[in-house]
Design a protein around this ligand. Structure first.
Ligand code: ADP
Ligand code: ZN
Length: 726
């Protein structure tokens, strides 16, 4: 048996699929298979289960047989393989006998690397089927959606039971079973039913960090949905609604608003359903409005958002549906519009159920769904804990964590305050204690107190911050207020425990900075991205494949960000394996070159660091000037709409200097006329001063040379203008 080094496997991943890194447990899973061992891989939807068997299939001699229950997905998978120059094929009931025979012959001649077979293709007399398989001399069996073999699973398919004899028929051929189903009973069932021999089991985290979760109150849901879609008009999304009628209604209203939307539900005939689905996959529809019942048929890696117009029946369903967003790993949104009324409606459906035991379980699950929607805390933590995975209290990418709050341990400051109260004899009010803490020189402070160690230990916080802390400690009953003649503060029982370090105090505080969410966003030009998408759409239409089968969205974003100019550079763009480079490389490079030449921007490939160093490169100095982040653009848009800088700062909850910095960037890039902010006569004076001072790095020296009527903001704008034009 050949052994493969990690390097060799990375090379193969890059060569065949164009990816730089393995995700989650892909690498150990692949190594296990290549050692010839039975393997069970549990990974969440969208994590990349396919690569786990597709890569070994490319390295092993002969053919790999993939059993997969979803006919729609099969075609998709095979299209994706063909797009990478890999000969894959499928056999299922949608094909004519001639077509099936052609594929069987091709397989027998050893031309096919991966053959997908639907379980219903396994005849009742499975002996003939196994004889057929034996004639292909397979190297590997991959059982996709392996939970279908378990009656415990949520999607039991009796045909899967025919696979029970697979290991007996092919004792020497390794089997990999794959599923996104987490629960332990199902796992055990899969191993037993497939008779896996001492399998290696790999379980990946269920967290989907690129999906951001938002729960919104359901008020004018349609209006909010429309606004969101308009803001993301180049993106694809799915909207789930409870009833067929409401999918039609919502899709109709979106259509009227000029959005390319269609509905999809079980009441439509099969032809119409597959037409809608294909049009969506080819990006001819942007938005599909579907019933909750509709499910696995849609596999599209660049779904950027999933919106629940109505609440889901349970968290499993909700998580599976939201999981259809962001399969390409890019940031995506999951937004649910919640109303308690929807829960009541669902309860009435649930109770109709004839099976009382089952309906009790469904009720319980619905109740947890309600709890999740009403939860005051990190959404992601709730979800992860629901699936039995520990997770910290803040994820920074759900509505709760992104709102203006964060939890902070304030134990030390609280202890300072408490000990100041104790040291001054519990005889003073807040004003005195705070002056004492801050080391006030005032004569009102008792000279003896000025000798105490505690005097002045609270200089680090402002007066108002200490006042706020006093309020908090009173509220949480760490201190008491006695109101005899004067108000005095006393340490309460709970306060003593805090002082002794027996307990701690964490408070939810206002965040200092709001911009966290945008920091890691890549910067690229939207127009170029649009051109690249257009090119990709042309290619896709010519080849009759979905657009993302050509290359994924993140590959286009990387192209638009790093502007590769040669085939060598293109190799470092995610998703461009050797085959895709030779097939599409020249066309993409041409579009990039044209744009870069026109704007005189050199290749920025040197900013594309290996993954781990990316963070350091997040602020690439001058390059940042050529493209703006979302937050900067939002500022510009508001300013153009006539909102004053102070108004923007207030509305966005950002500091005025932040707004000034945003706008100065656009002054520097020429997108904003500087005289819209600095009147011409003042601009001239500032520019002269800058010139004569020779200062272009700091504002203060320039400010010092000017009279008071010139603000820092004006100087900042003028300086950017000066730098860009000198
Ligand atoms: P699932 O686990 O749901 O079967 P897929 O196998 O369909 O997921 O993979 C989801 C997407 O992730 C696909 O577009 C696939 O090409 C992509 N992908 C898989 N592995 C990697 C990787 N190591 N790096 C980048 N993208 C990957
Ligand atoms: Zn969170």
């Amino acid at each position: 048996m050949t052994t493969y080094s990690t390097d060799r496997l990375h090379q193969a991943l890059k060569h065949f699929f164009g990816y730089d890194e393995f995700r989650l447990t892909q690498l150990p899973v692949i190594e296990s298979i290549l050692r010839g061992e039975d393997t069970l891989a549990i990974m969440p939807t969208g994590a990349g289960k396919s690569i786990c068997y597709q890569l070994p299939a490319m390295l092993l001699p002969g053919i790999t047989i993939v059993i997969s229950p979803l006919i729609a997905l099969m075609k998709d998978q095979v299209d994706a393989l063909l797009a990478n120059g890999i000969y894959g094929a499928f056999l299922n009931s949608s094909q004519s006998p001639e077509e099936q025979n052609r594929i069987i012959n091709d397989a027998k001649q050893g031309n096919i690397k991966l053959l997908y077979i639907a379980p219903e293709r396994i005849p009742a007399n499975s002996e003939t089927f196994f004889t057929f398989l034996r004639s292909l001399n397979p190297s590997l069996f991959a059982i996709d959606e392996a939970h279908c073999i378990s009656s415990w699973g949520h999607d039991f398919r009796p045909e899967y039971l025919k696979l029970a004899v697979l290991k007996k028929q092919f004792p020497g051929v390794p089997v990999i079973a794959l599923t996104a189903s987490a629960d332990k009973v199902t796992q055990k069932d899969i191993v037993e039913k497939l008779a896996l021999q001492r399998p290696n089991i790999f379980i990946s985290s269920f967290n989907r960090p690129n999906i951001h979760y938002f729960i919104r109150p359901k008020r004018n849901a349609f209006g909010h949905i429309l606004e969101y879609i308009k803001k993301h008009k180049d993106d694809s999304g799915i909207i789930y609604a409870l009833s067929r009628a409401s999918t039609e209604d919502i899709a109709g209203r979106l259509h009227e608003a000029g959005i390319k939307a269609a509905y999809y539900h079980a009441g439509m005939d099969a032809n119409e359903r597959s037409r809608v689905q294909e049009a969506f996959q080819k990006d001819q529809y942007r938005v599909i409005v579907a019933t909750i019942a509709f499910g696995m048929g849609i596999d599209k890696s660049n779904v950027r958002y999933v919106i629940h117009h109505d609440v889901s029946k349970n968290i499993e369903g909700y998580y599976q549906e939201t999981g259809r967003a962001g399969r390409d790993g890019l940031k995506s949104d999951a937004i649910l519009f919640y109303s308690a009324g929807d829960i009541i409606k669902l309860k009435s459906f649930t109770q109709i159920d004839a099976n009382p035991q089952q309906s009790a379980i469904s009720m319980k699950k619905l109740q947890l769904m309600q709890e999740f929607c009403e939860h005051e805390g990190c959404r992601r933590q709730y979800l992860m804990q629901y699936f039995g995975e520990p997770f910290p209290a803040y994820c920074s990418s759900c509505d709760y964590c992104l709102s203006a709050l964060e939890e902070k341990d304030v134990t030390v400051d609280a202890q300072k305050l408490l000990s100041a109260i104790v040291r001054t004899g519990e005889r003073y009010g807040a004003g005195y204690v705070i002056d004492f803490l801050r080391g006030s020189a005032s004569e009102k402070i008792n000279p003896a107190h000025k000798e105490l160690k505690t005097y002045g230990i609270g200089k680090g916080l402002k007066k108002e911050e200490w006042q706020w802390m006093v309020q908090q400690l009173l509220y949480h009953k760490f201190i008491d207020k006695s109101e005899d003649q004067y108000v005095t503060l006393k340490v309460a029982e709970k306060g003593w425990r805090l002082l002794k370090g027996e307990t701690e105090l964490k408070l939810i505080l206002k965040k200092e900075k709001e911009e966290v969410a945008d920091e890691e966003e890549l910067q690229y030009d939207k127009k170029l991205l649009g051109d690249l998408k257009g090119l990709r759409l042309d290619m896709a239409e010519r080849e009759h494949v979905p657009a993302y089968a050509i290359v994924a969205d993140n590959a286009l974003i990387e192209l638009a960000t790093f502007l590769p100019r040669s085939f060598d550079e293109l190799k470092h763009i995610s998703g461009f394996g050797d085959y895709k480079i030779s097939k599409y490389g020249a066309s993409f490079l041409k579009v990039v070159k044209q744009y870069a030449d026109e704007h005189e921007i050199p290749s920025r490939m040197h900013f594309k660091k290996p993954k781990k160093e990316k963070k350091a490169a997040a602020n690439p100095g001058k390059a940042a000037k050529t493209s703006a982040t979302a937050t900067q653009k939002a500022t510009l848009e508001m300013f153009m709409d006539g909102v004053s800088m102070a108004g923007i700062a207030a509305q966005r909850g950002l500091a005025l200097t932040t707004i000034e910095t945003h706008l100065s960037m656009f002054v520097g890039s020429g997108e904003l006329d500087v005289t819209r902010i600095v009147p011409k006569h003042k601009l001239d004076v500032i520019l002269k001063t800058i010139k004569s001072s020779g200062q272009v790095h700091a504002l203060k020296p320039i400010k010092d040379l000017l009279s008071d009527e010139y603000s820092y903001g004006e100087i900042r704008m003028a300086l950017e203008y000066y730098k860009a034009n000198s």
